[in-house]
Design a protein around this ligand. Structure first.
Ligand SMILES: *Cc1c(COP(=O)(O)O)cnc(C)c1O
Length: 303
């Protein structure tokens, strides 16, 4: 049995009315762990497990770490997650609830990641949050499900952090013959590392990341995400932190599902009418989800 589940594909009337065409939502917020991450992480986990990995290590205090912890609990394999001191109490307690050993180390992700890497022995597997072909192949299954449900979208809207979701959706679209479907790749202004690389015409690192969309905070996207932007139409779009948070709250009222600002960013493009899609017939938005934002923090951020 697969670690990820088949998620609903729902038509959104509020978003369809706003955009002027049919908008379909792939409800990845309903995955175990609360985000799409378990698709790729679960797939990678099972591959390593079959090859004999006895312990799994992650340095993600976010949804990727949660997915690794969930997979470990389900398969009865120990998981260590090293998180920096800046990680939230909520993230740590969610990881512990999944049964992971949580080690708090270092001032930033960089130090946490170094310790995580140093703990790794030959019997361990390290699961990267976005830069691994196994992850992309796992993520691609969400597009297989969309096509099996009878939808062949003529545009996809999704959020971009390190670009693993983008790489996986591209793989899914390609393996279903949807080679030229444009992808609207959404970042917040403070995390626009894909935009920076597309503008530069090469893979670049941005000096810093900032803002509320912590799950999008990668200073550089993976090479594959940049290559995808050269191989098919990828349209980078940015939204403000405020727009991302507002979109989460509007989305909660419209669809009764709480998502992180990282996911709100993609929704904000549709709610804000930031790109014109009315000429198309079926727009697919990946509701990527996320467990790290509580309703209180969203209300505080909105002010
Ligand atoms: C990881 C994550 C993203 C970004 O995915 P990447 O593969 O890093 O681009 C977006 N939203 C949520 C909720 C996530 O957990």
């Amino acid at each position: 049995m697969s670690l990820s589940i088949k998620t609903p594909l729902l038509e959104s009337l509020p978003l369809s009315n706003r955009v002027g065409t049919k908008v379909w939502m792939k409800m990845e917020a309903m995955q175990p762990g609360g985000s799409f991450k378990i698709r790729g992480v679960g797939f990678a986990f099972e591959q390593h497990h079959e090859r004999g990995a006895e312990r799994f290590i992650s340095s993600s205090g976010g949804n990727a770490g949660l997915a690794v912890a969930y997979a470990g609990r389900r398969l009865g394999v120990p998981v260590i997650v090293v998180v920096p001191q800046t990680s939230s109490e909520r993230a740590r307690s969610l990881l512990k609830m999944e049964g992971a050993e949580v080690i708090v180390h270092g001032e930033s992700w960089f130090e946490a990641n170094e310790l995580a890497r140093s703990l790794q022995t030959a019997a361990d597997a390290f699961i990267h949050p976005f830069d691994d072909p196994l992850l992309w192949t796992g993520h691609a299954s969400m597009i297989d499900e969309v096509v099996a449900d009878g939808l062949r979208p003529d545009a996809v809207v999704l959020s971009v952090g390190g670009g693993g979701l983008l790489a996986g959706v591209d793989e899914g679209l390609r393996r279903n013959g949807l080679v030229n479907v444009p992808i609207y790749a959404v970042e917040t202004h403070g995390t626009a590392s894909l935009q920076a690389s597309i503008s530069a015409g090469q893979l670049v690192e941005i000096p810093a990341v900032s803002g509320v969309a912590t799950s999008l905070a990668a200073r550089q996207v993976c090479r594959r995400a940049f290559d995808v932007s050269e191989e098919r139409p990828v349209i980078p779009v940015q939204v403000s932190d405020r727009e991302a948070v507002e979109a989460c709250l509007t989305y909660l009222n419209d669809h009764r599902t709480l998502v992180e600002p990282a996911c709100g960013a993609a929704l904000a493009v549709l709610y804000g009418g930031k790109v014109s899609l009315a000429e198309l017939n079926n727009v697919l938005v990946i509701v990527c989800g996320g467990s790290t934002a509580a309703i209180e923090s969203l209300l505080t951020l909105r002010g």
